[in-house]
Design a protein around this ligand. Sequence first.
Ligand SMILES: C[S@@+](CC[C@H](N)C(=O)[O-])C[C@H]1O[C@@H](n2cnc3c(N)ncnc32)[C@H](O)[C@@H]1O
Length: 269
Amino acid sequence: MNDYSFGVGREGAERLDLVNDVFGPHSRRFLMNAGLREGISVLEVGCGSGNMTAFLAEQVGPAGRVVAVDASPQQIEIAGELCSKAGHRNVTFVCARVEALDLPGQRFDLACCRLVLMHLREPGPVVARMAGLLVAGGTLACEEPTTSTLHTLPRCEVFHRVNDLFLRAGKMAGIDLDVGDRLFPMIVEAGLRLTVAHFVQPMVPIRVAKALVLAGVREGLPAALRAGIVTREAADETLREIADLHEANTFYYAVPRYAQVAGTRAGPG
Ligand SMILES: C[S@@+](CC[C@H](N)C(=O)[O-])C[C@H]1O[C@@H](n2cnc3c(N)ncnc32)[C@H](O)[C@@H]1O
């Protein structure tokens, strides 16, 4: 069973496209710094609708390969379509929960995930599992948020209220939406040597913030209603409040800070 509480399929893909518009350039730079290059083998965990998968496939080229894993068959289907439309024939998709991932005999030069550990109850063992799938000298590169670091200028209460609801819903589901701050120690504990580590916190105009938050609320809402942390009336009122926010150019929203951490497995020498 998958506990992922956001949308999958087409609607989920639209939200991930928005996320990718904001984070894509940072993620791509991070992965290149972490060692992504032509001809290597890459394991991507939680590939979602394939935005990063297509980039990975393009970078490794026909001489390389990508194994992209996701627990959701709908996500895999969309990611598969995206990659085949782009003409990438070097990607193998595996529909599996990462906790139970079994890839006998396979080892990778690079293993990566973005926005995935934040959905897991026990991210530490998954980091260790991914590290264990690296060749000697291979690199694990993870990107995860510290959700409580949302920053708005000037402060916009409705965004902070929604963010607090996400954090509460996460706690109730037993997941840590602030996992970004634990990435550094988890990668060290997995026995890797740190090679890249920094935070990114892009600021986006209010128009983009509204689209991101509205999509997140709509997708997260069924789970929040089921958990009883919000009523339908309160949720509708919040959605209206966000939709009505004035789109002044001077108002910015800094998405929660993301940790980007990469570590390398000791080489043969
Ligand atoms: C927020 S999306 C991120 C997708 C992609 N990494 C990106 O950045 O665009 C998280 C993805 O992780 C997948 N996922 C969640 N829990 C998982 C698990 N236990 N094993 C494998 N995939 C999982 C979900 O199905 C979803 O596609």
